[in-house]
Each structure stands twice: as structure tokens, then as C-alpha cells.
Design a protein around this ligand. Structure first.
Ligand SMILES: Cc1cc2nc3c(=O)[nH]c(=O)nc-3n(C[C@H](O)[C@H](O)[C@H](O)COP(=O)(O)OP(=O)(O)OC[C@H]3O[C@@H](n4cnc5c(N)ncnc54)[C@H](O)[C@@H]3O)c2cc1C
Length: 470
């Protein structure tokens, strides 16, 4: 009996339950990746897959193809609705079974339903996205606490991480693929390279080993993780986790080995802590479903946001007049990445100073981020927009103070905002409030601030507090 393994956001051969089970049961297997929403747009009209995302995906699939080859498994990349692709392939290659990993989002699960409803194939599915398996939680995902700290404490008391699965053994038989099924990867056009970050399992494992064992950067992660500029300020594992080039359990196992052989400290703990945030948002997504995407968010708060197109474009293009926001938004557009600290600031600014509908920001992130993960992205946006899982009312990031604190020499903003490169570092974060005449003598083409920070904060704080009381 031949089987198909449907690869999705799990582009690896290690710790891959679906592949492992298929290889334990079947003599010959084909790996399949289906491209079916490449030209899809978000509700606000952004292309869902920016060039950076496509490039990372292409690199990841090329690497997956090579790694599957060593197991005697060919990889087919096909365009089209999943069920149609699988029907055609199952007839051509006499396939009886499909194996895959379940996902959480609505669009993702719709594809699974389509597969179950429309094919005559036997389907076997597994859940493997998170560090902790949902069956090992102290409650069902429907009973998840709404606050992260409660979740963390609960799971730390009942700690159970399953061991990563090994790479399956090489299969003895190979299915010969027809010529027309070999070209699919060419559909994905090359895009610009991202941050120094090449897609694929090989590179993901390399980065993991580098961040832990080659550089020992993990040993100071807690101190550096808020940095916005340097590559090793944080692990940069997120794109590999998002496309599933590495599994969170493999990251965890490496951290445990590092702790046993090098050092165990607050920083090594903190990286696991962050992986728990990732789990938290995934399980919250399971719990709340599409409420994650509604304008009022998980809490269904009624905030009168607007969608003024001129303001949106200024935010996207990094022309708000606030150096930290502008640097971060330009970095995102040029590289497909932005640090966590910067993400928090630009999201807070969009919702709590500009008063723009948070979903526009989340959709722009979805379009651009090479680490886009639907649960983490929309969960974090809910949180920062003040309509999600944050227990605190009106948490605001002061983009001037944050810049001074996390980029004291202005190195980060000078890297991304050319117009202010020559400005003295002691003045750079105060540009929005400098005396206009003095400012004119300093700058020629840097924009005026879109809003007054203090006034806009006061305005939106009042609106928020009123909405929370309703
Ligand atoms: C508005 C907003 C949107 C975001 N969108 C995404 C997204 O689409 N995909 C995504 O992976 N992360 C998202 N994050 C979380 C976080 O910014 C990134 O995970 C992190 O910047 C990735 O860099 P890193 O791998 O170096 O992180 P590290 O600091 O090295 O953290 C290690 C890993 O922990 C996980 N992690 C860390 N912080 C968070 C968090 N707050 N929420 C969930 N997981 C976390 C990630 O998998 C990350 O790779 C978002 C944060 C904000 C504020």
C-alpha cells in the first residue's frame, strides 16, 4: 500500500509524527506540498505571501526535497485545491492513505474538511504544532485559562514534554514520479533574501546549534532579548518554527542538553518560557476560534477604530515621524522580520495613538512576516490592542521612551531611517517634539509627527476605558 504525506507548516523530516507513522506502516511514500492560496489577499487587500515569505518557503521546500530523497521519498509540489490534487495523485500512483498534521486556523481546517469530505482515501491526522501536546495539558483547550501566567503555572506544575521522534529509516521501495509532477517548485518565484536567514530544516538545525552550542548566545538571552538590532539578540528561530522546519520539542531537547552540559540559568529558562507563549496563543486560538479575528477581539470590546488609508500608508511605509516606529516598519518591509520589542511598539502606536483598526496591522504583519503564525500573530495583536488576553487595562508603549531605553545610541533607527542618520544620538528620539525651527535646520525630508503623542494617548485612553466599562 502506498501513502501520501501532506506537508504543510511542518517542512522537516525529524520529529514528524505523520511521516514517522506513514514510514512505519507503508513500503512506499510520496511527500506532497499543495500551493493553493498564493495569490490570496487579506480582507484589507494585502497579498498574503510577500516575496520574503515565498523565498523562505521555496528554500524550505528545496531542503525538504533533498532530505526526503535520502529516505527514498520523492516530494511533489502542486498547485490547486487539496482534495483535487490528492484525487489526481492517488489515481496516478495508486495511493490508499494520506497522513498529515492538523492545524488550527479556519482556512487551514477548511482544507482538512475538504479532504475528508471529498476523497475516498483513508486519512490519518495528528496534532504536533506545539511544545506541549494538548492531551498532556491539565485541562482541555476549551477550558484554557485566559491569562498566560495562570496557564504557565498550571503546566509547569504538571510538566510533560514528549520526546522528539527520530528521522524514519530509509524506505526500501520508491515510487517513480512522472515528469509533469517534478516541476512544481518552479511555480514559486524567487524573491529577495530576508534577514540572514535561509529557509529549511538544515538551516534551522544549524541556527539552533549555533545559538546554543557554537556561540553560547542562549546563556545571555534574558539580557539581550529586547535588543532590536543584532542578529544574536534573540534566537531567530521563529521562521523555522512557523514553517515547521524545526519542532519546538527539538528546540526544548537541545536546551535541556545545553543546560546539562554547559549552563542552566534564567536565560535558558526564558527561552522555554517564550515557547510557552507560543503554545498559549495556539491553545487560546483552539479555544476561541474565529473570535480571534473579529474587530472587538477575544473580549469583544467596542472601540471606534478607523481605517483612514493615508494614515495606514504612513504607518506601513514608516513615515509616521516617530523614529522607532519608522525604523521598525521599514525593517519589516525590507526584510520580513522585526524584533519582538519593535512589534509591541508599532502595534501599540497603531491602535492606541493612531486609533487604526488593529486588523489592518495584523494583516500587514501576516503579509510580511517570514515567521507569520496565525495564532501567535493574531493573539499578540489582540493582546497589544487591548482586546485579548492582557489582564491590564490600557497597556501603552511609549515609543520615545522605549527607543531611548532599548536603543540608547540610536544605532537601530539610524540603520533603517536614512533621513536621520546624521542627527546626534542625544536628540534622535526627541525629534517629534523638537522646536520646529531648530528641527528644520537639522532635517530636510523627515516627516512631521502624524499625531501628538501625549494628546493622542489621552484621547484613546479615554475611549478605551469607556469601552471597557460597557
Ligand atoms: C504584534 C505581534 C505580532 C507577532 N506575530 C508573530 C508571528 O506571526 N509569529 C511568531 O512566531 N511570533 C510572533 N510574535 C512574537 C514574537 O515577536 C516573535 O516570536 C519573535 O520576535 C521572534 O523572534 P525570535 O525567534 O528571535 O524570538 P525569541 O525571543 O528568540 O523567542 C523564541 C521563540 O519563542 C516564541 N515566542 C517568543 N515570543 C513570543 C510571543 N510573544 N508570542 C508567541 N511566541 C513567542 C517564538 O516561537 C520564538 O521563535 C508577535 C509579537 C507581536 C507583539
Amino acid at each position: 500500500m502506498n501513502a501520501l504525506v501532506w506537508f504543510r507548516n511542518d517542512l522537516r523530516v525529524h520529529d514528524h509524527k505523520a511521516l514517522y507513522e506513514a514510514a512505519s506502516t507503508h513500503d512506499s511514500i510520496i511527500g506532497v506540498y499543495v500551493i493553493d492560496d498564493f495569490n490570496a489577499k487579506t480582507a484589507h487587500g494585502f497579498l498574503k505571501h510577500s516575496e520574503h515569505k515565498r523565498q523562505f518557503l521555496k528554500e524550505s521546500l528545496e531542503d525538504l526535497r533533498k532530505r526526503l530523497e535520502t529516505l527514498n521519498i520523492p516530494l511533489i509540489v502542486k498547485e490547486g485545491p487539496v482534495s483535487e490534487v490528492f484525487d489526481a495523485l492517488s489515481q496516478r500512483y495508486h495511493i490508499d492513505y494520506v497522513y498529515y498534521h492538523r492545524e488550527i486556523g479556519d482556512e487551514e481546517t477548511a482544507r482538512e474538511k475538504d479532504l475528508h469530505n471529498r476523497t475516498s482515501l483513508n486519512v490519518k491526522s495528528f496534532f504536533q504544532k506545539t511544545l506541549l501536546h494538548p492531551d498532556d495539558l491539565p485541562y482541555s483547550t476549551q477550558n484554557m485559562p485566559d491569562v498566560f501566567t495562570h496557564f504557565r503555572k498550571d503546566v509547569e506544575r504538571n510538566w510533560k514534554v514528549r520526546k522528539p521522534l527520530p528521522v524514519p529509516s530509509r524506505l526500501s521501495k520508491r515510487i517513480q514520479i512522472q515528469r509533469e509532477d517534478c516541476e512544481g517548485l518552479n511555480v514559486i518565484k524567487n524573491g529577495p533574501s530576508s534577514i540572514p536567514c535561509i529557509g529549511g530544516e538544515t538551516q534551522g538545525l544549524k541556527r539552533l546549534n549555533y545559538y546554543l552550542f557554537d556561540s553560547d548566545a542562549i546563556a545571555t538571552y534574558k539580557e539581550t532579548r529586547n535588543g532590536m538590532l543584532r542578529y544574536d539578540d534573540s534566537s531567530k528561530l521563529s521562521p523555522y518554527l512557523a514553517y515547521g522546519c524545526i519542532s519546538p520539542r527539538t528546540v526544548y531537547e537541545h536546551i535541556k542538553t545545553y543546560e546539562a552540559t554547559r549552563i542552566k540559568n534564567q536565560s535558558t529558562y526564558w527561552l522555554v518560557f517564550e515557547l510557552l507563549w507560543r503554545d498559549f496563543f495556539s491553545f487560546i486560538h483552539c479555544k476561541v476560534g474565529n473570535h480571534l479575528f473579529r474587530v472587538g477581539g477575544i473580549q469583544n470590546v467596542d472601540i471606534p477604530w478607523h481605517k483612514n488609508e493615508t494614515d495606514i500608508v504612513k504607518w506601513i511605509e514608516g513615515r509616521t515621524g516617530y523614529p522607532l516606529v519608522d525604523a521598525a516598519m521599514r525593517e519589516l518591509k525590507q526584510t520580513g522580520y522585526m524584533s519582538n520589542r519593535a512589534r509591541q511598539n508599532v502595534a501599540s502606536f497603531l491602535t492606541k495613538n493612531l486609533g487604526i483598526d488593529w486588523r489592518v496591522g495584523a494583516e500587514w504583519f501576516e503579509s510580511q512576516l517570514i515567521d507569520h503564525d496565525v495564532s501567535s500573530n493574531y493573539g499578540n495583536w489582540n493582546y497589544i490592542a487591548g482586546i485579548g488576553n492582557d489582564a491590564r487595562e490600557f497597556r501603552l508603549f511609549n515609543v520615545t521612551k522605549q527607543g531611548k531605553r532599548y536603543d540608547p545610541n540610536g544605532e537601530y533607527v539610524k540603520t533603517w531611517v536614512n533621513e536621520i542618520k546624521h542627527v546626534d544620538e542625544s536628540l534622535i528620539y526627541d525629534l517629534p517634539t523638537l522646536n520646529p525651527v531648530f528641527k528644520q535646520s537639522l532635517l530636510t525630508d523627515y516627516p512631521e509627527p502624524m499625531v501628538d503623542f501625549e494628546n493622542s494617548t489621552a484621547k484613546w485612553k479615554t475611549i478605551y476605558l469607556k469601552a471597557y466599562k460597557k
